[in-house]
Design a binder for this molecule. Structure first.
Ligand code: RFL
Ligand code: PHB
Length: 388
């Protein structure tokens, strides 16, 4: 098989890149190891920055997001028994949309298929070769047959555990990382929303987050031991923990409902630089990971591929590799700012076992400072909505 751009991975990065290239008349093939049903049902992110919404709208895949997504103009920070609103729109002129990642995936898959795009699901043994030449290849197994794609470029959009990043030689690549000594316990609940806006809560027992998926399904998280098991957490224990962490002086109370999914996720910060080796480019989680506290992961994947699609467009229009040469540096500048914000929000809101009583008081003082200063609230809001 022959194509212009071979894309490994059908997450938000790979699917959107393929669609953006298609809109510019550039041909691509997307290889995905999982089935369509699986990628369309995996519950992950929920928050889209305005810039991400703009990109999805411009790409013509935003109709359902505009209809079913919930526009949020603020978030709340809860600590010391009180909730404090950060007026995202008032402070930045921008908003966020809560629209689940798997719905973005459903919309992108439908758009690719409607446009006659080549999407190969359940591809296994994916191997990339020849990235130092002008005709890199991707070989794989599909429908019991060994297949090979010859392309001009290979784009690794295969997430943190994919096969692309290890292709960048160790001598060239620098990995920056930090793992956190806690994880998030996430649940999906059948109930009406407890709050009109997301609540990020700092409590002596640990962090908690009240998010939403739809008018009838809610997404809640609480800080936990990353080695813990969901089986250790009965529904009653989960509700008791969430009520304790979200206790409030003003009579507000979290709504309970039927819990129909429980999972534990680890937390890490990670950046690989450069995001390129020869004709191989990385985008999204394949190159960088943020802890979910800043809600940045899917947004970074979207902004990476926007940049990369423009660079590929410049190449195919005029043959110049200049924009491709600038891709890694330009993407990394934005990525590091999001890495900073996600690390900072994580540090601000979580309980650290080794924190001294002094550290805990300073953490509370920092939160007090943020909610009582327009300058500091604005800085948080600008980072949260991605106003840079
Ligand atoms: P993905 O989504 O991981 O997609 C990679 C795809 O590649 C496939 N793959 C392969 N295919 C072929 N061959 C191989 N060898 C392959 N290896 C892997 C995989 O099956 C998969 O389909 O990466 P992508 O596209 O870069 O997108 C990144 C986002 O998914 C991720 O950053 C976000 O989900 C992170 N995230 C959040 N981001 C936000 O912007 N806002 C949020 O509110 C938010 N909340 C979250 C999150 C991530 C979470 N988890 C589970 C880590 C909340 C959670 C709980
Ligand atoms: C989510 O709804 O899954 C979500 C929202 C905000 C975050 C992380 C995850 O910071």
């Amino acid at each position: 098989m022959r194509t212009q751009v071979a894309i490994v991975g059908a997450g938000p990065a790979g699917l959107l890149l393929s669609h953006l290239l298609h809109l510019e008349g550039i041909e691509s093939i997307v290889l995905e190891s999982r089935s369509r049903a699986e990628i369309e049902a995996t519950i992950r992110a929920g928050v889209l920055e305005q810039g991400s919404m703009d990109i999805l709208n411009e790409a013509g895949v935003g109709a359902r997001m505009r209809k079913e997504g919930a526009l949020h103009h603020g978030i709340e920070l809860a600590f010391g028994g009180r909730r404090h609103r950060i007026d995202l729109s008032g402070l930045t002129g921008k908003a966020i949309t809560v629209y689940p990642q798997h719905e973005v995936i459903i919309d992108l898959v439908a758009a690719r298929i409607a446009a006659g795009g080549q999407l190969l699901f359940e591809a296994s043994d994916v191997a990339i070769a020849g990235i130092d030449g002008v005709r890199p290849t991707v070989s794989f197994m599909h429908d019991g047959q060994a297949r090979r794609i010859e392309a001009d470029f290979v784009i690794g959009c295969d997430g943190f555990h994919g096969v692309s990043r290890p292709m960048i030689p160790a001598g060239v690549r620098q990995d920056f990382q930090r793992t956190y000594p806690f994880g998030w316990f996430g649940i999906l609940v059948e109930s009406a929303p407890s709050s009109d806006e997301l609540i990020y809560a700092r409590h002596a027992r640990g962090f908690a987050l009240v998010s939403t998926r739809s008018p009838t399904v809610q997404r809640l998280y609480f800080q936990c031991d990353p080695r813990d098991h969901v089986d250790n957490w009965s529904d009653d224990r989960i509700w008791a923990e969430l009520h304790a962490r979200l206790e409030s002086d003003d009579g507000w109370r979290l709504k309970e409902g039927r819990i129909f999914q429980k999972n534990i996720i680890g937390m890490r910060s990670f950046v690989c630089a450069p995001m390129r080796s020869g004709r191989l480019f990385l985008a999204g989680d394949a190159a960088h990971i943020v802890p979910p506290t800043g809600a940045k992961g899917m947004n970074l994947a979207i902004s990476d591929v926007k940049l990369l699609s423009r660079a590929l467009q410049a190449y195919y229009r005029g043959g110049s590799e200049e924009a491709l040469d600038r891709y890694s540096g330009e993407a990394l500048r934005r990525i590091w700012r999001a890495e900073f914000f996600s690390w900072w929000m994580t540090r601000l809101l979580h309980t650290f076992e080794d924190a001294s009583p002094f550290d805990r008081q300073v953490q509370l003082a920092e939160l007090e400072n943020i909610v009582s200063s327009t300058a500091l609230s604005t800085a948080l809001a600008e980072n949260y909505v991605g106003a840079f």
